[in-house]
Design a binder for this molecule. Structure first.
Ligand SMILES: C[S@@+](CC[C@H](N)C(=O)[O-])C[C@H]1O[C@@H](n2cnc3c(N)ncnc32)[C@H](O)[C@@H]1O
Length: 196
C-alpha cells in the first residue's frame, strides 16, 4: 500500500513538479468534456482540487464563472492560493474543506467536479453523495479517478486505486441521479454530461 502525506508542503512541491504530464492531459480532458457547455455566470465547485490547476483552467475558459476549489490539505490550498495571487485569478477562491462534509448548502452549485480523489477519502460513497447534495437539480457532476491497472503499471505497489467493479459498486451505492459510468484507458468517470 502506498502511503502519501498530502499535508506535507514538500510533498506538494514534488507533486507539482512530477505531474506536469497529468496536468496537461487533464486540462485537455476538461476542455473536451466542457466543449458544448458554458459556465459563465455559474457557480463551480472542485472537490479535492490539489494544486488548483483545473480551477485555473476553467477560469481561463470561463472568465465569468465563480469558481471554488476545496481540499482537505492546507498545504495544497496554500500552494493554490499562491498561484491565484501570482496570476491574478480574481474569479477563483480556495478553501480547506473535507469532501465528506462539504460546508455548503444543498443545491448550491451548477457544476461540481472532482478527479483522483475518490480512492483517498475514507468513505467514497459519501464523497459522491456529498457532491450530489450540493449540486443544483439541473447541475452537472463529473467525478473521475485513476484506473487500478493503469496506475499499477507505472507505480509498482500502488494498489490503492479502485478496480472498475469497485468504482461501479460505489456509484451504485451512492444512488446518484441519472448518470453515465465511463472507463477509459487511464481513468474511470461518473458524469451526467449531455451525450457527446
Ligand atoms: C491525488 S490528489 C489529486 C489532486 C487533484 N485533483 C489533481 O488532479 O491533481 C488527491 C487529493 O485529494 C485530497 N483529499 C484527500 N482526502 C480528502 C478529503 N477527505 N476531502 C478533501 N480532499 C481530500 C488530497 O489532499 C489531495 O489533494
Amino acid at each position: 500500500m502506498v502511503k502519501i502525506d498530502f499535508h506535507n508542503p514538500e510533498f506538494v512541491e514534488r507533486y507539482m513538479k512530477k505531474n506536469g504530464m497529468l496536468f496537461k492531459a487533464m486540462k485537455e480532458e476538461i476542455a473536451r468534456l466542457l466543449n458544448d457547455i458554458t459556465l459563465d455566470g455559474k457557480r463551480v465547485l472542485e472537490v479535492g482540487c490539489g494544486t488548483g490547476y483545473l480551477c485555473f483552467e476553467i477560469a481561463n475558459m470561463f472568465p465569468e464563472a465563480e469558481i471554488l476549489g476545496t481540499d482537505l490539505s492546507e498545504a495544497f490550498i496554500s500552494h493554490a492560493d499562491r498561484i491565484k495571487e501570482r496570476e491574478n485569478f480574481d474569479n477563483v477562491q480556495f478553501k480547506t474543506a473535507d469532501a465528506l462534509n462539504l460546508p455548503y448548502d444543498d443545491n448550491s452549485f451548477d457544476f461540481v467536479f472532482s478527479f483522483f480523489t475518490a480512492h483517498w477519502v475514507d468513505d467514497p460513497v459519501e464523497y459522491l453523495r456529498e457532491m450530489e447534495r450540493v449540486l443544483k437539480p439541473d447541475g452537472i457532476l463529473i467525478a473521475g479517478d485513476t484506473r487500478y491497472r493503469f496506475i499499477l503499471s507505472f507505480i509498482p505497489g500502488f494498489k490503492t486505486a479502485f478496480r472498475l467493479k469497485k468504482a461501479k459498486d460505489i456509484t451504485m451505492q451512492a444512488g446518484i441521479r441519472e448518470h453515465k459510468f465511463t472507463s477509459g484507458f487511464w481513468y474511470w468517470r461518473v458524469d451526467n454530461l449531455p451525450v457527446q
